[in-house]
Ligand binder design. Structure first.
Ligand code: ZN
Length: 225
């Protein structure tokens, strides 16, 4: 597949080599997750989160809500088929399925495999993104759409973000299964200050960490993504 139209700019001959995504706005991982968590927890609306996030701000809503076509419903039906296969038929994990479509082609279709792979990160969306990236040999799924049978958890939303997926459709919502899975609780937890969160992230040895960043920046050739 021709990937020249993905918006990826590879600046060779520069020091360091830079891989940049034209359409994207760089947002720090922490700011992005915080803004997303606040929105997810219902603490902020998207606009409010953008207004409160420090420069350069939270991700801009590049893919607004839009009318849904029969084709999109068909892609979602496939995601729900994957959901049933994973959770009810093959029992590879929870009932979650995902499909990724790019340029009108399904490039990944898979379900949750947390139990089969003994991997807590093997959510359907992450599995689909891994499958799509390996298939196309790219980190950049710009322009792709993710159809997921269930509302993305923060990990899957962030993975889709890092993969530069442009739009997400979901079917079942967190409240439809919050008696079984923790998605909603994670969103609420992430909206809290670190000291009040369940895992209480605590910073230590910042100077030592900063030193490696210094070394990385000084390297003659680094890849940024
Ligand atoms: Zn997930």
């Amino acid at each position: 597949m021709d990937r020249k139209d993905t918006g990826v700019v590879i600046e060779t001959g520069q020091t360091p080599t830079i891989i940049r995504y034209n359409p994207g706005v760089h947002v720090s991982r922490r700011d992005f997750l915080m803004a997303g968590a606040l929105i997810s927890a219902g603490v902020l609306g998207v606009g409010e989160a953008r207004a409160q996030a420090p420069a350069p701000g939270a991700a801009k809503p590049v893919a607004p809500m839009m009318p849904v076509t029969d084709k999109e419903r068909a892609y979602m039906k496939q995601a729900i088929d994957e959901m049933r296969r994973a959770g009810v038929v093959d029992k590879t994990g929870g009932p979650f399925g995902a499909v990724i479509v790019l340029d009108g082609q399904i490039i990944a279709s898979t379900g949750n495999s947390v139990l089969k792979d003994m991997d807590p990160s093997a959510h359907a969306e992450v599995n689909a993104i891994r499958q799509a990236c390996r298939k196309l040999k790219t980190l950049d799924l710009h322009g792709a759409t993710l159809y997921t049978s269930c509302e993305c958890c923060p990990m899957c939303y962030a993975t889709a973000y890092w993969a530069r997926i442009g739009k997400i459709f979901y079917a079942a919502a967190w409240q439809d299964y919050d008696d079984i899975f923790d998605d909603a609780k994670i969103g609420v937890d992430m909206a809290k200050p670190y000291s009040e969160r369940l895992l209480a992230p605590q910073q230590i040895m910042q100077a030592e960490g900063q030193q490696v960043w210094k070394e990385y920046r000084a390297m003659p050739s680094t890849t940024r993504y």
